[in-house]
Write a protein that binds this ligand. Structure first.
Ligand code: ADP
Ligand code: MG
Length: 319
């Protein structure tokens, strides 16, 4: 494994933020780190980059220990790139100077390639205030990648971008990361980012990893109700004295069946209508191609293979 984190513990005073984190990443993988605000995502990135000390545990990157109880490699000696949400470029330096600021001689050979890859050629003589947010984020990425980092850390890098350009910039940056085979951890609260571009997703809550798996597995086989809800809507389905769950898109509206719900709300969503209705005192959502009247009864079918079961007492999350 290229990055190995073993039993990492981090507290501020006596408040534990990371209780015990163990996971690993292969070279070139892009991992999304998903968790609520305040769950310790940025703290974890700071621990990896050496901006924060850890209480205990071990971090191995590219076969070298960078942190354990005997060793602390200083941030500037770790080959780790760090890009934040608010791309801090030097305002008094132009884009070329920003990319090359403090750059070791041996990396200048990468300049042409990186500029081409990040499509910044036309902007090199401009200053940060003369380019857009998306372009500034590309400059931050170029500045990191030119240094051939062993690991790239992206802390909510797209959250300050306008919604309409966010996804195209995200996809561009993802392409650059994949082309350069840069091992990357992306912290995001946008579940679309996690599902669309990551090789694996790590869901973090209460200082503990709740699940670490590829997007499809996480969506279809969530470890607990918490992971299931983080990745998308899910309906609670009491059946045969057990509690199952089912995703709305797996409920098919039909003319008649033995299962029905009473419609409470119906929203037009472009591609389909979203329905909210009551099933056995639980509010459900499902989709229909046609609008349905409030208080009407709608019949649905489902396939048993789409039912999700967490056991008799699903923990909301592991703590
Ligand atoms: P996230 O990035 O997931 O939103 P953070 O890692 O920024 O969360 O913060 C996790 C928790 O640690 C929060 O409760 C925050 O207040 C606390 N925290 C972060 N940095 C410090 C610090 N330097 N000193 C004390 N508490 C901190
Ligand atoms: Mg944060």
């Amino acid at each position: 494994m290229y990055l190995e984190v073993e039993n990492l513990v981090k507290s501020f005073g006596n408040i534990p933020v990371i209780k015990n984190l163990t996971f690993s990443i292969e070279k070139g993988q892009l991992i999304s780190f998903v968790g609520e605000s305040g769950s310790g995502k940025s703290t974890f990135l700071k621990c990896l980059s050496g901006l924060e000390n850890i209480n205990s545990g071990k971090v191995i990157l590219n076969n070298k220990i960078i942190n354990d109880k005997n060793l602390f490699v200083k941030p500037q000696r770790r080959k780790i790139g760090y890009v934040f949400q608010d791309y801090p470029l030097f305002p008094h330096l132009n884009i070329r100077e920003n990319i090359c600021f403090n750059l070791e001689k041996r990396y200048f050979k990468n300049f042409e390639d990186i500029v081409k890859l990040t499509n910044l050629k036309q902007l090199l003589e401009r200053y940060p205030h003369e380019i857009s947010g998306g372009e500034q984020q590309r400059v931050s990425i170029a500045r990191s990648i030119i240094r051939e980092p062993d690991l790239l850390l992206l802390d909510e890098p797209f959250s300050n971008l306008d919604a309409n350009i966010k996804y195209s910039i995200r996809d561009e940056i993802c392409k650059i990361i994949k082309k350069t085979n840069t091992t990357t951890i992306l912290v995001t609260h946008d579940i679309n980012d996690a599902l669309n571009i990551s090789d694996k997703i790590l869901i973090f809550k209460a200082g503990i990893v709740q699940q670490y798996s590829d997007p499809e597995k996480m969506y279809c086989e969530p470890a607990n109700c918490y992971c299931a809800e983080v990745l998308g809507e899910i309906n609670k389905f009491p059946k045969d004295d057990k509690i199952y769950y089912i995703r709305p898109e797996n409920l098919k509206v039909v003319d008649s069946s033995s299962n029905s719900i009473i419609i409470e709300k119906c929203f037009f969503q472009g591609k389909s209508y979203k329905l909210l209705g009551k099933y056995d005192n639980n509010i459900w959502s499902l989709y229909s191609k046609t609008p349905l009247k409030i208080n009407s009864k709608v019949f649905f079918e489902y396939s048993d293979s789409d039912l999700i079961y967490f056991g008799d007492s699903c923990p909301k999350f592991f703590s």
